[in-house]
Design a protein around this ligand. Structure first.
Ligand SMILES: [Zn+2]
Length: 291
C-alpha cells in the first residue's frame, strides 16, 4: 500500500509541476511569440530596432554622443546593404529597415543600474531577462511589424563603452524554450581596442538568423578546434571568422569587404546544403526544416 501511494503521490507532484511550469512559460511569452525567434527567415523584410542603453558607468547624454549615434545609424545601414547584396547573390531577397534617424519609432532608451561593460555579466547572459522584459513592456513589436510590413525583428542594444570595457559585442540568439523570442545584439561602441565598424554589425545581425562563429569552437554546431583550423585555412575572409579587412587587418568604417561563404550561407538559410557541413559532420541548419 504505502510504496504504491508514494509513487502515485510523486506522479501527482510531477504533473502539478508540469502544469505550473507550463503556465509560467505561457505567461511570460510575448504576444505573437514565434517559435523560431524574432528573426527567422532572412528572405523577407527585417526591421532593426535600436535601443540605446545607459548603465552604471556609461550613457548617451554626453557632448559628442550625437555624432556617435549618427555613426551607428550609418554602420547599421552599411551592414544591412551588405547583407541585402549578399542575399541577392544567392537568388533570394532581403530588405532591412534600420534608419532610426528617419524612423523615430525604431529608436528606444533603456536604463539600468547594472554594469553592461562587465565581461562576466554579459557572458553569463545576465542582462537578457532585463532587456527582454524592457522590450515586452516598452516596444509594441506587433504594431511595428504591421507598420513596416516586416517578417523579422532584430533588437540591437548599444552601449557607449570606452577603453575600460571588458565585454565583447555578442548576440543572444533564439534557443528552445526561451521565455521571450526577441533576438538581442549587444553592440559595444568600443570593445577589444577598437570602435566597432559595419562588419561587426553585419556579423552580429547574421548570428540572429542562425550563423555560427567560425573562429572558435561551438558545441551547438559541432564546431571543434580542428574545424576552426580548417576554417582559418579555407575561409579566412568569411564574415563569421573575421570582421577586419583581409589585407590590412584593420576595420573599415565605410564598407564591408568580408564574405558570406558556403557555411555561413547554409546556416542563415540561403542554401539547403553544404558539402563542408556534411564532411565535418556539423549539425544541420534549422532553416530547411522551418519551411
Ligand atoms: Zn560572433
Amino acid at each position: 500500500m504505502k510504496p504504491r501511494f508514494f509513487r502515485i503521490f510523486i506522479i501527482y507532484l510531477f504533473l502539478m509541476f508540469l502544469t505550473i511550469s507550463a503556465d509560467m512559460d505561457e505567461s511570460i511569452k510575448t504576444p505573437g511569440y514565434r517559435e523560431y525567434g524574432s528573426a527567422g527567415d532572412i528572405d523577407g523584410t527585417t526591421i532593426v530596432v535600436s535601443i540605446f542603453a545607459n548603465d552604471a558607468n556609461t550613457g548617451w547624454d554626453d557632448p559628442g554622443d550625437e555624432v556617435k549615434e549618427a555613426n551607428i545609424n550609418n554602420y547599421i545601414n552599411i551592414a544591412a546593404s551588405y547583407i541585402e547584396d549578399n542575399v541577392s547573390a544567392y537568388g533570394k531577397s532581403a530588405a532591412f529597415i534600420t534608419d532610426f534617424k528617419k524612423n523615430d519609432d525604431l529608436k528606444y532608451r533603456f536604463v539600468t543600474d547594472e554594469k553592461l561593460t562587465d565581461n562576466d555579466y554579459i557572458d553569463n547572459g545576465d542582462p537578457d531577462s532585463l532587456v527582454w522584459e524592457y522590450i515586452a513592456s516598452n516596444i509594441d513589436e506587433t504594431s511595428l511589424m504591421e507598420k513596416y510590413d516586416a517578417d523579422n525583428v532584430i533588437y540591437m542594444l548599444f552601449v557607449d563603452s570606452n577603453e575600460d570595457n571588458t565585454a565583447i559585442s555578442c548576440t543572444r540568439t533564439w534557443y528552445d524554450d526561451m521565455p521571450y523570442d526577441s533576438e538581442i545584439v549587444y553592440l559595444f561602441n568600443y570593445d577589444d581596442g577598437y570602435v566597432n565598424g559595419p562588419a561587426v554589425y553585419a556579423h552580429e545581425m547574421l548570428h540572429t538568423f542562425g550563423a555560427p562563429d567560425l573562429y572558435t569552437a561551438d558545441s551547438n554546431y559541432n564546431i571543434d578546434d580542428d574545424f576552426v583550423d580548417f576554417a582559418y585555412e579555407n575561409m579566412p575572409n568569411d564574415i563569421m571568422l573575421t570582421c577586419s579587412d583581409e589585407v590590412t587587418g584593420d576595420y573599415l568604417y565605410d564598407s564591408v569587404n568580408n564574405e558570406i561563404g558556403e557555411v555561413t550561407a547554409y546556416y542563415v538559410g540561403l542554401t539547403d546544403h553544404s558539402d563542408i557541413v556534411d564532411k565535418w559532420n556539423l549539425y544541420s541548419s534549422e532553416h530547411p526544416v522551418r519551411r
